[in-house]
Write a protein that binds this ligand. Sequence first.
Ligand code: HMG
Length: 394
Amino acid sequence: MSSVGIEAIGLAVPPTYVDMVDLARARNVEPSKYLEGIGTTRMAVALPDEDTVTLAARAAQAALASAAISPDAIGLLAVGTETGVDHSKPVASYVQSLVGIGRRCRVFETKHACYGGTAALQLALDWIRSGSAAGQKALVICSDIARYGLHTAGEPTQGAGAVAILVSDDPKLVSLEPHKTGIYAHDVHDFWRPLYSKDAFVDGPYSVQCYLDALAGAYQHFRDKNPGVTSDAFAALAYHVPYGKMARKAHRHLRSLDGDPTPDATFDRLVASSLSLCAQVGNIYTGSLYLALTSTLATSPTPLDGQRIGLFSYGSGSCAEFFAGTVTPGAQDRVRALDLPALLDARRQVSIAEYEQVMAERESIDQRPLGAPAGPALRYLGVDANKRVYQPAG
Ligand code: HMG
């Protein structure tokens, strides 16, 4: 079979955000800590009529529209998420009906913290490579609303958004290399969210160390399978981005493992573009790596046609994967045509008071009383007889 990989990408973010200077002032913190120490300028805030389903469905519609394909072409629909809406029914089932995907389709949800989307992506790639897809395409959606709670160290590393990835044997954006990915899994308690809690629990400094250990383990496995390869083989690198500074730490670590005595020297050339969109959204958990990849394609000043790109996915708990792909000629133009910076610029800034009010309302979002349909946008209306109800896009 010819190459398999990413045919199109769709992004959905909430239409509202908090400015990190406002948040820093409200928390008596130097703004430079959030802007540079964390690396975020604007943090997406999901209003109570938005949830993991609406974000996923909007991203899916954007991906299908960008590829100009019918929902009938999809034979596998998987949503990677760690902020699902039901213990049994997958987010993917809601997306199936909201997007109009047919009944001859595998529909399911995958979970392993931020790695859940990558698990689904690797499954989808193998499904196509094996021939089981028989010409159909897969839609993998990474959708999450990251939440740590007010006044916690994790608060400035929240965010919300979804990235939908159309996977096929016509990879117009990036073809992904088979067989030779590097994997590392280790049972740790760095970040978790018990069933009774809306907020994630995290041992912040330990989670940073676990991420770096997993990067070393996955990268070593990748190098064992690809003898002689170092990160010099890549024209760009995209890491999982829980916050921008973490990607900087990751790159420093990776280059040190390669024996580079000046490991920061290549950061601007290889990594900086991956953070331009992430810095305006925050952590979107499963989608963060794919937002970083999208950001690279959308904003890198370097022509990447035919160049190799390295990708690192990390999910707390933990499972990680280092894998590689090749950028398809014309991919940067295709992603630039989506005008994602304009999508982010069109959002409304909310005050800290409104953000705190939204956080309080989201506490009981799973029992939200049913509201009346309003406007043309796809939205979460609330719960009727214990069933979530959505208004489809008009
Ligand atoms: P903190 O208490 O803000 O840490 O927590 P800090 O006081 O060390 O400050 C952070 C950085 O700001 C430091 O830089 C400071 O020097 C700098 P570093 O030493 O790291 O290079 N700083 C300043 N810079 C400029 N001007 C200033 C200033 N003051 C300080 N005035 C922490 C930070 C990330 C731990 C916290 O936000 C947290 O717990 N976040 C959540 C956990 C997290 O994101 N972990 C990342 C790895 S785990 C992961 O990626 C998985 C995850 O996505 C979940 C999943 O898989 O599902 C989280």
